[in-house]
Ligand binder design. Structure first.
Ligand code: SAH
Length: 363
């Protein structure tokens, strides 16, 4: 008999780990292999309504719907598509909080999901929209996983996500357990089946979190790519740009990053948002080279995407290529990240803010 006592099933479907779902199916007197069928519908066929899972009996579909409602728990508030085919969703959760996630396409057939891990952000980086209104809460496992499912279903049926960047709103290493449980799902062969090598976690640089991530990589063999937001080559300037820096300092971050490389064999990327007149001078090149020349590092230069209300400027294209060229000429591997989705406020946290200040905006 199915119990009418819902206490055991009060969480939405995606919040449960597969092992918990197996136990719940047993409680519901459903065979365990149903979970495989349900997962195939959700991950491979992009179906998130139990009623549409047509190889389940009508009764099973009703039982699942009664227990979990739908697979998804959020509401899509807006869906933007920019001229360069970047798509961005603003999702509202049950408590009214909102986050954004982005689908990026390129001409190498990469289909990249950029996802958020927190509502707001406590790091307070001076140029970033995500932290402007502070930190609200961590996203749950289900809320993070749902972003992947929603972005994957924006793609035509024969396409699926190929890459992941954890570069949306929030500091991922401060919500690491939930994030890792989701990354386990999306890299599982019966999940979204993404290659672990194509998953990048970007952090402001929290040494204890970097070490914890390295331990988890060593334990389960999932060598995710690590990107660290450096943005400045000395502590004085870095603390001005990233207040969080006063707790750790560049030296500690580099030690943790060296440890990540030693433990996992994965080269670390250092992100460097280039801001006109602030961190784009010849002395910054020299200091950066000193920090990184003996490390197998890659520098990812991101020309600032200006945020309304913040008084920072994007450097000229000439300065960007000069800065990149200087680093390269001194033996540092450099990539310049070109901006995508400007018109749809695709930089972290911008869309969420636009909607807070102007709730009537439409797509
Ligand atoms: N919280 C994570 C992910 C942030 S988004 C982190 O701090 O790494 C990924 C990168 O984009 C980070 O390096 C972040 O500092 C940078 N970024 C955020 N807003 C930006 C903006 N408006 N212009 C350019 N880069 C930005």
């Amino acid at each position: 008999m199915i119990s009418d006592d819902h206490r055991f099933f009060e969480r939405p479907f995606l919040e449960y780990l597969p092992a918990d779902l197996t136990a719940i199916l047993t409680e519901l007197e459903l065979p365990k292999f149903r979970l495989q069928q349900i997962r195939r519908w959700i991950f491979a066929r992009k179906i998130t309504s139990f009623n549409e899972m047509t190889d389940l009996s009508k009764e099973t579909r009703q039982i699942l719907t009664k227990q979990f409602g739908s697979v998804l728990q959020g509401k899509e508030l807006t869906h933007y598509r920019s001229d360069d085919s970047t798509e961005k969703l603003l999702i509202e959760w049950a408590d009214g909080e909102r986050v954004e996630c982005v689908l990026l396409r390129d001409n190498r057939n990469h289909r990249t999901a950029c996802i958020s891990t927190q509502v707001g952000c406590a790091m307070g980086c001076a140029f970033c929209a995500s932290g402007m209104d502070g930190f609200v809460r961590n996203l749950s496992r289900g809320e993070i996983l749902e972003q992947f499912l929603r972005l994957n279903s924006l793609l035509p049926n024969h396409e699926r996500l190929t890459h992941v960047v954890v570069m949306g709103i929030g500091e991922p290493l401060l919500n690491l357990d939930a994030l890792l449980s989701v990354l386990d799902e999306i890299t599982a062969s019966d999940g979204l089946d993404l290659s672990v090598r194509r998953v990048t976690i970007s952090t402001v640089g929290i040494p204890s979190g970097i070490r914890k991530l390295a331990e988890s990589v060593v334990q389960n063999g999932k060598g995710y790519k690590l990107a660290i937001s450096l943005h400045a080559p000395n502590d004085e300037l870095r603390t001005r740009i990233i207040p969080q820096n006063r707790f750790s300092g560049i030296d500690e971050i580099l030690k943790a990053s060296d440890n990540y490389f030693e433990q996992t064999g994965r080269r670390v990327t250092f992100e460097y948002t280039l801001i006109a007149g602030l961190n784009d001078q010849p002395e910054h090149v020299r200091q950066l080279v000193c920090l990184l020349k003996n490390r197998m590092a890659i520098v990812n230069i991101i020309p600032l995407n200006p945020v309304l209300g913040l008084n920072f400027q994007t450097p000229s294209a000439k300065t960007v290529s000069w800065f990149a060229g200087q680093l390269e000429s001194m033996g540092i591997q450099v990539k310049v990240r070109f901006r995508k989705g400007d018109k749809i406020e695709a930089a972290c946290g911008q869309l969420r803010r636009v909607h807070q200040t102007n709730p009537t905006i439409t797509n």
